[in-house]
Design a protein around this ligand. Sequence first.
Ligand code: HXC
Ligand code: NAP
Length: 266
Amino acid sequence: MSALKEQVLAGKTAFVAGASSGINLGVAQAFARAGARVVLISRSAEKIAAAAKTISDEGHEALGLAADVRDYAAVEAALGQAAERFGKLDIVLSGAAGNFVAPALGMSANGFKTVVDIDLIGTFNVLRASFQHLNRPGASLISITAGQAVRPSLYQAHVCAAKAGINMLTKCLAMEWGPAGVRVNAISPGPIADTEGMRRLAPTDQAEAAIKARIALRDYGTKTDIAEMAIFLSTDSAKYITGTILNVDGGSELGDAGGNAIPEGF
Ligand code: HXC
Ligand code: NAP
């Protein structure tokens, strides 16, 4: 049964960073439909207000705040406002990210640093600053990583390095904060349909088809696939799960599954 169909997060408060669009907005909307009050942050005051409105328009409680995850003080202030409005936080998801396709030699030092700052330093900032506001024991912290963390990828040196850092940061925080009853996990989405990430990485129908032909399950995933995992991680069903990187990727991490994997006659 889909977690989205039940009020499994009733009474809980979720803080979602990087939530003005795409996967993270999909997760924030799903958290709200599952009963949680939701606080959303991103850089753009206009975009995050519109994102929060999609949730309040459905009759759920949502607060949109502008904050750049690279700015620790701004993140702290947003978390403070969230706690003031809704009390202690039960769920914190850190998913803000930036990407562009460029060879390392076509990437300035600032280009590399920008992505590492948003993805990796931003995730540290969000999770570190959230600790004092967490409902402990019981809080669920989730970072959003990617297959690039474990699989080198051409023209993605910044993302590969940043996401690899997120995987290790997730595990270190799980180790340090487990004794306080705080679980820390990462979700690693595969290619997800209708997202900025895939528009940048596979901008043409041809590129999209080529990617799908090499995935074991032969398709992109959906934002709902990621939301289902985020909700699962935030319920008691996952109470003994921490320090893990959970792939929701159709088998992408297994490697190239192109061609006729199943022999004739079978
Ligand atoms: C080379 C580039 C570049 C490009 C930017 N830069 N785009 N270099 N090729 N295409 C360089 C700039 O020249 C500058 O370096 C530095 O990066 C910072 O650029 P700014 O525009 O000043 O940065 P900022 O305004 O902070 O914007 C960050 C951004 C932007 C990452 C560059 O694209 C952004 O805001 N992205 C957010 C949305 C996004 O990327 N969504 C996709 C997430 S998906 P110099 O030296 O000139 O100062 C994802 C992929 C995961 O994360 C895997 C999917 C499968
Ligand atoms: P997206 O729509 O561009 O989402 C990125 C979000 O981060 C936006 O809401 C953006 O909002 C926010 N953001 C960017 N920089 C920020 C900053 N400095 N401070 C605060 N917020 C910031 O991209 P997406 O494709 O859905 O990706 C979402 C997450 O999934 C990312 O972590 C990405 O790495 C991961 N992922 C995606 C895919 C995929 O197939 N798309 C695959 C694997 C992993 P503002 O512009 O308003 O700040």
